[in-house]
Design a protein around this ligand. Structure first.
Ligand SMILES: Nc1ncnc2c1ncn2[C@@H]1O[C@H](COP(=O)(O)OP(=O)(O)OP(=O)(O)O)[C@@H](O)[C@H]1O
Length: 391
């Protein structure tokens, strides 16, 4: 594999080989006010060598706790963690390898740099424990600083740097000892939006070039889809779905994942035994295939819905139009306008290209649904295939 400039800079005799991570039946409970809070429920996961797995989920779902178990800052009550050939946690056999013996590095949201030490000393810090000649150490520090494009900042102190620069330095510090596993806990969330996108792209490039095994925590779906080789969506201490970004985005396995990944619009589909389909109580003939019956939830992203004035006709072969909606508000957003529509129990958000925006608030409207861009879930929240009428 051509490792590129960054990869070449980090390659060498003492390269820690990226390892495979295997987590088996991990359980973690905290004691809080004499109550026990079960935070990780029987988690099992394999992260392949050189993979960047993203843990995605809302606040409090256990992402950080899982990272802390991997690095050794938390002791799980049950389960096993193997890093390559090494078992670092085996609760049953009372195996617990201390953090400094795991060869795992972590990058935090708040950079966690020593303010009184120059950048070079910060980056050299994790190398201290290793008996390494000063000369080699200096060379390594300069290498990793160059990799994150901060070679010129070696003699500055962290408080003299911007947030983006500080985060690059903390990434360099984590990479300096060539860890077998790199953990990143919301590393970009303290940065402003543009810088976040810029650093995200650089991180992706760096991962491609160096090929480290990484676990990256975020609650930002865009970041997860952009960075992950796979994305693991978490809910209340369990995995809802683990898959490639495209899979998770286009085929969210559960309604929870669909909602979390932007399909926030929800409508109720009822299909009677005689095949009559209604959406939020409005009949929609020909929407479902013959023989498909029951109660379902439909999920759509904003850009997958359309809206037109009530009673209008559109030359459109794919869409089914559902009447009985009212336009509440139109929010211009540059190249498109967000239309807020109420239809029975649903509040819907519809993105319409600015060029088509001729609707006024308080107008009666109809919602257009293209079955190819509608996700259908059963009453247990599981994705349903093969429901649409063949057109
Ligand atoms: N030391 C602790 N003692 C008690 N409860 C804890 C402790 N650490 C975490 N928790 C609880 O465990 C749950 C999961 O926390 P965790 O920090 O892992 O979530 P998270 O998904 O990383 O959230 P966030 O995105 O907000 O960081 C939360 O309910 C939290 O309050």
């Amino acid at each position: 594999m051509d490792r590129g400039a960054a990869g070449a800079a980090l390659a060498g005799e003492q390269d820690a080989r990226p390892v495979q991570v295997r987590i088996t039946n991990l359980n973690k409970t905290f004691q809080r006010n004499k109550e026990s809070v079960h935070v990780l429920h029987d988690i099992s996961l394999e992260v392949e060598e050189g993979e960047l797995l993203v843990l995605l989920g809302p606040s409090g779902c256990g992402k950080t706790t899982l990272l802390r178990c991997l690095v050794g800052l938390e002791k799980p009550g049950e389960g096993r963690i193997e890093l390559g050939e090494r078992t670092v946690v085996d609760a049953e056999r009372r195996v617990f390898v201390q953090p400094n013996r795991r060869d795992v590095a972590m990058v935090f949201q708040n950079y966690a740099l020593w303010p009184h030490m120059k950048v070079a000393a910060n980056v050299a810090y994790p190398l201290k424990a290793r008996r390494m000649k000063d000369e080699i150490k200096r060379g390594r520090v300069q290498e990793v600083l160059d990799v994150v494009q901060c070679g010129h900042l070696a003699d500055r102190y962290p408080p003299e740097l911007s947030g983006g620069q500080q985060q690059r330095i903390s990434l360099a510090r984590a990479l300096a000892p060539r860890p077998a596993l790199l953990l990143l806990d919301e590393p970009l969330s303290n940065l402003d939006a543009l810088l976040r996108i810029d650093l995200r792209a650089q991180l992706r490039l760096l991962h491609r070039e160096i090929g480290f095994t990484g676990v990256y925590v975020t609650h930002d779906q865009e970041e997860a889809l952009a960075l992950g080789t796979r994305v693991a969506v978490m809910k209340e201490g369990r995995f809802e779905q683990i898959g490639k970004p495209g899979e998770v985005y286009h085929r969210p396995a559960t309604e929870y994942v669909a909602d979390f990944l932007g399909a926030r619009n929800r409508m109720a589909l009822e299909v009677a035994a005689d095949g009559t389909a209604t959406i939020n109580g409005v009949p929609v003939p020909g929407f479902v295939r013959p023989g498909f019956t029951g109660s379902y939830a439909l999920r759509m992203r904003d850009g997958d819905l359309t809206v037109r004035p009530a009673g209008a006709t559109t030359v459109d072969d794919r869409r089914h139009w559902v009447a009985g909606a009212r336009l509440l508000e139109v929010l211009p957003a540059g190249d498109h306008a967000e239309h807020v529509v109420v239809m029975g129990d649903s509040t819907l958000f519809v993105d319409v290209p600015a060029a088509l925006g001729e609707l006024e608030p308080d107008q009666d409207v109809e919602i257009g649904l293209d079955p190819d861009h509608v996700l259908c879930y059963d009453v247990d929240g599981r994705l349903v295939d093969d429901w649409a009428a063949i057109r």
